[in-house]
Design a binder for this molecule. Structure first.
Ligand SMILES: [Cu+2]
Length: 134
């Protein structure tokens, strides 16, 4: 009994430490840890890729490939709000009302998965990945 309680306590402490580390710095530009700017349109944003949140609960296209330092612009072209939320919570656009945009700059190479937190998997298919090459 005692030993299993101790294991649980240690696991909880580990989670807290990991969360603290992850939140200390953000590699994302364009608004810091909260993530992103909101230009009037993706066309005028200077972003290298555009992803549309659709009324059929998808991101189209669901993937984009850019190089480090470039930006991705999301636009909500549906009649309902969506979010652009990093799977590891490193950026979020909050709620995007119809017609609104979000631009996030990715300074570092890597693979960045995202989803809509209003319509999350597995119920919906609102997921995607940004691939950032060096
Ligand atoms: Cu959504």
């Amino acid at each position: 009994m005692r030993s299993s309680e101790m294991t649980l306590a240690l696991s909880a402490a580990g989670v807290v430490l990991l969360a603290a580390c992850g939140g200390s710095t953000s590699p994302y530009g364009g608004g810091g840890g909260g993530g992103g700017t909101r230009p009037a349109s993706c066309a005028s944003s200077g972003a290298s890729a555009t992803i549309t949140a659709t009324g059929s609960f998808t991101f189209s296209p669901s993937t984009a490939t850019i190089t480090a330092g470039q930006s991705v612009c999301w636009v909500n072209n549906s009649g309902i709000p969506h979010t652009v939320t990093s799977d590891d919570a490193r950026f979020t656009g909050g709620s995007l009302p119809t017609g609104s945009t979000l631009v996030v700059t990715f300074p570092a190479a890597g693979s960045y998965a995202f989803h809509c937190s209003i319509h999350p998997p597995p119920t919906y298919n609102m997921t995607g990945t940004i691939t950032v090459s060096p």
